[in-house]
Design a protein around this ligand. Sequence first.
Ligand SMILES: Cc1ncc(COP(=O)(O)O)c(C=O)c1O
Length: 400
Amino acid sequence: MATLRSPDGRPPRERPTRAEAIVDLAAIRHNVATLRGYAEGAQLMTVVKADGYGHGIVPVAQAARAAGADWIGAAVLEEALDLRDAGDTGPIFCWLTTPGEPLAEAIAEGIDLSAGAPWEIDELAAGVVDRPARVHLKIDTGMSRGGAVPEEWPALIRAALREQAAGRIEIKGIWSHLANSDEPKSEVNDSQLATFTHAIEVAESFGVEAEFKHLANSGATLALPETHFNLVRPGVATYGLSPFGHSKPAAELGLRPAMTLKARLAMVKRVPAGVGVSYGLTWTAPRPSNLGLIPLGYGDGLPRHASNGAPVQFHDARRSIVGRICMDQCVVNLEDDDVAPGDEVVLFGPGASGEPSVDDWADAARTINYEIVTRLGPRIPRRYVDTAPMTGPASGPGER
Ligand SMILES: Cc1ncc(COP(=O)(O)O)c(C=O)c1O
């Protein structure tokens, strides 16, 4: 039983463990150390956006720092500020802001920010109070998300150099993002790399001296060393998930999945052949069967697209979700298994005990492993375990 926060003066409430996501911090540290090995010679930024891909932003960031992550990467300002509030004093890079967002606090907190247009430089300069904004200039090398397209790159550089000369910003980095690193042989990677390299040359010809150049996400950190420059930004691999799906599973890459999702059956029943299950009665029992009610649904982040087929482990057997996944619950066909209410099922985990993987769930929902873990909602408590507690004092930037 975990503990629920309660208003002042009242004893904490017990939290029922209807379901839980268990996160192994030793696996996170192992993966960070493994990624450091892949990117020897470069600094490592562990990406913890979207609540650490569903694993919990602060515990993941702490584990990553303990394993030697030089940087932490956050998408949005709230995430970066939450990390500072949690006591992380190390380098943090945050890259997604919208016009008018209050940047002053992030600048004052020494958070590195991104700019991909002259107006973003202006906003950063306007947010400066007593220390210059630390800025990474973003070039759009072909993905057409953020960043300056090559034709607009010189204008961005000029705006940045102007504000740097005025003491309002410091140009710390030049960066971009890859569209196809999950297919390492794709020519798109070569083209983006060439555009990035050229953009660095152009910036240097204008007199920019950026300390950090970064382009590589997980796929590129693992498979494209020529994209490493002096800083890499892996996200999904930190959590022990392969960016390459089944074509190169996590174990082959030396990664350990960190999350296990478990639930306790809320109800069990024996149904005769011909009984329909869940909304729309899209599945009908072909023969007498034991059904188990899993108290998790799309309101918790289970993908509804995985209805009728997602795998579950019960004792040592692989069983299937049958019928539609509802908002709060779904049904598993336990066939003739000996089962009682309250028994545990494992939806996914590292696979060491034969349980389904996050990739199996991604296949069932026709999506990617990223989405399965990231979507798990706040109704599922995260419980942190450490299968290999560290004995010595932790080290690394941000550790206190
Ligand atoms: C800018 C940026 N860098 C790095 C990452 C990490 O990517 P991945 O999880 O594929 O390693 C992301 C995530 O999409 C990102 O948006």
